[in-house]
Write a protein that binds this ligand. Structure first.
Ligand code: ADP
Ligand code: MG
Length: 625
């Protein structure tokens, strides 16, 4: 049999490698930015069109390349950064694989313009699908400009796999943030479709974070610092009261490289133990400097995971450093937001001085003495009070009056003894409780969590939170899909919430649906969002948590899950505003909840498929006895 194994042609090998290195436009952005940093640039411009699908361009003022290097840079395993395997353990650069440019050139139209300081003229090379299409001498400033057009033009499957521009842009901004935060001493500018998105002047760590995440970030940061033989830790953690439900702002940088580390993340969380409200995540911006020999960054092609030599020691050190800073900056635990508001001191009592109760004793009072003219003051007061209360309930029981001769008699004769009054009062309160019993005996709230009521065949137990989720979900779905049916409540004063640019961009992608749900945005372009109207089903207080939860859900959106964003929105919002466990409901509210639940199209489950109620038939109850 003849031999069948052959070496793959370069352009095929490059395309395969590209599969690992370039998942989406954001991966190209990361590689190009890192190359510019490795080239010692002091100012880097990122220019994007259509979320990187048509153009990604990075311009730097770094060292540039010679003619030969420019040509070589697109070869696979061509790198100026390492020469031997040992160099891997002395890495001070972002790149080292020599794969990025080769991979990118295999799947896009690339143009490179570059010039070294000492050269008169620069080099301009055009490459399409690994083939050099043109090479010329050109006039260009010192540094390098690489533009990548029509990404995945020759791999339609990959191109079709790309998400909407909003989603791809979000990934690009994420990468841009990470690189920019790791290098505050380099100036970064970013433009999308011709307009400036970020303009980050050369500065320090703290100011860079503030420039990226908005002015209000500054007051939220607590600095951390520690230096040992093993590691130098610096950076910031967010004050616990600003912790968010989304994991958004969590960054580790090791030797100026953004990394992900669930293990170190755990260390941070454990330092915050007891300081955070339920389900909140602290934000952090932590810079670790370690000996390059003690880490291995070679384990992941996109290099966001690394292996540390002494993970346990690092964990302990990080944890104690953060704990120490939180203590030093006097960070106090926050109260649980879901606490029972009925425990709070009512506003009008807040400033009052507490008065000890005074007991008045009527020393002349003789219970055995016949009262004729109401001689004792206390009984006089008592009788007049009775009269008033009698008057108020009488209207309610107008039809019953004829059956209560004692009451009408007392009305007519004010000189009648209060004993008689008392007896009518007893009768009336008896009636009242009786009536209440009749009205409400079939509905009951258990432990401020379940609504128990009877049906023909037995008993229903409704979970109040889950039932409300279902009711709101269907209501919101309706109003989002049929814009006309939405009910919005106007706010007296516009509500101003601050979000990062990225979050605003995310909100913009669902703006229409949010407006259909009842939101009215006065301004959604700045880092601050102004809201003048909110959905009728929500309260003003809930809005910030609602939007935060929504952003976090949108961010964690599982690709291709569910049928639409509308579903996600309705789900997320209904979860945020549904009545929680621990809220006391009046019998009327309980009844309303049960009725609304059973009016739903699908009353049995919550939007995420959890049961909303259970039933016990009399048969089942019988069996228990
Ligand atoms: P790596 O970064 O792993 O070395 P790349 O494929 O990203 O591999 O780049 C190949 C080589 O091209 C680099 O080693 C570097 O010498 C050169 N290079 C790439 N981008 C730039 C740039 N912006 N400025 C100067 N040289 C660059
Ligand atoms: Mg590189």
């Amino acid at each position: 049999m003849s031999d069948i194994i052959q070496l793959l042609p370069d352009h095929v090998a490059n395309q395969i490698a590209a599969g690992e290195v370039v998942q989406r436009p954001a991966s190209v952005v990361k590689e190009l930015l890192e190359n510019a940093i490795d080239a010692q640039a002091t100012s880097i411009k990122l220019i994007i069109k259509e979320a990187g699908k048509t153009l990604i361009q990075v311009i730097d003022d770094g060292v540039g390349m010679s003619v030969t290097d420019a040509r070589l840079s697109f070869e696979r395993h061509a790198t100026s950064k390492i020469k031997s395997a040992e160099d891997l353990f002395e890495l001070n650069t972002k790149g080292f694989r020599g794969e990025a440019l080769a991979s990118i050139a295999a799947i896009a139209h690339v143009e490179l313009k570059t010039k070294q300081e000492s050269d008169e003229v620069g080099t301009d090379i055009k490459i399409e699908g690994s083939e050099v299409a043109a090479q010329e001498v050109c006039v260009t400033p010192k540094g390098t400009s690489i533009s990548v057009k029509n990404l995945f033009y020759n791999i339609p499957a990959r191109r079709n796999f790309l998400k909407s521009n909003a989603v791809e842009l979000r990934h690009i901004i994420d990468e841009f943030h990470r690189v920019a935060m790791a290098h505050p001493f380099i100036r970064f500018d970013m433009y999308h479709n011709g307009s400036e998105v970020f303009n980050l002047p050369e500065t320090n760590d703290r100011q860079r974070i503030v420039n990226i995440f908005g002015g209000k970030t500054n007051e939220k940061l607590v600095p951390i610092k520690e230096e040992t033989d093993l590691v130098a830790i610096s950076g910031f953690v967010g004050k616990p009261e600003y912790a968010k439900r989304s994991r958004g702002e969590q960054f580790f940088f090791v030797n100026d490289r953004f990394i992900k580390s669930p293990y170190l993340n755990h260390a941070v969380n454990s330092a915050f133990e007891g300081l955070l409200k339920d389900k909140a995540h602290p934000s952090y911006f932590i810079y670790l400097k370690v000996d390059p020999k003690s880490i291995d960054i070679n384990i992941h092609p996109t290099k966001t995971e690394i292996k540390f030599e002494d993970e346990h020691a690092l964990y302990a050190m990080l944890r104690s450093t953060i704990k120490h800073s939180l203590g030093q900056f006097n960070v106090a635990p926050v109260l649980d937001f879901n606490r029972d508001a009925s425990m709070d001191t009512p506003y009008e009592y807040k400033e009052k001085v507490v008065q000890p109760p005074v007991i008045e004793v009527d020393r002349a009072f003789n219970p055995f003495k016949e009262e004729k003219t109401g001689a004792s003051t206390s009984s006089k007061n008592y009788s007049s009070f009775k009269k008033e209360s009698t008057g108020s309930w009488e209207g309610l029981y107008a039809g019953l009056e004829s059956e209560m001769p004692s009451s009408s008699a007392s009305e007519k004769n004010s000189d009648f003894s209060s004993v008689e009054f008392e007896s009518t009062e007893v009768t009336s309160s008896f009636f009242e409780t009786e009536k209440k019993k009749i009205e409400h005996q079939s509905i009951y709230q258990l432990q401020k969590k379940y609504i128990v009521t009877t049906i023909k065949s037995g008993l229903v137990i409704v979970n109040q939170n889950r039932a409300h989720q279902r009711v709101l979900y269907e209501e919101l779905l309706r109003s989002i899909t049929m814009a006309s049916s939405s009910v919005s409540q106007q706010l007296l004063f516009p509500l101003t919430l601050s979000f990062s640019k990225k979050e605003v961009a995310l909100l913009e992608t669902v703006k229409e649906q949010l407006e259909n749900a009842g939101f009215v945005f006065a301004d959604l372009t700045l880092g601050e969002v102004q809201i003048t109207g909110i959905p009728a089903v929500a309260t003003e207080k809930e809005v910030s948590v609602l939007l935060e939860q929504l952003l976090s859900d949108l961010e964690n959106e599982v690709p291709d899950s569910g049928f639409s964003q509308t579903d996600l929105l309705a789900k997320s919002m209904s979860k945020s505003i549904a009545i929680r466990t621990g809220v006391e409901l009046t019998p009327e509210q309980q009844q309303y909840m049960v009725n609304s639940l059973f009016a739903c199209t699908e009353p049995t489950i919550t939007p995420d498929n959890k049961p909303t109620f259970i039933t016990f038939t009399v048969d089942e109850i019988d069996k228990k006895f």
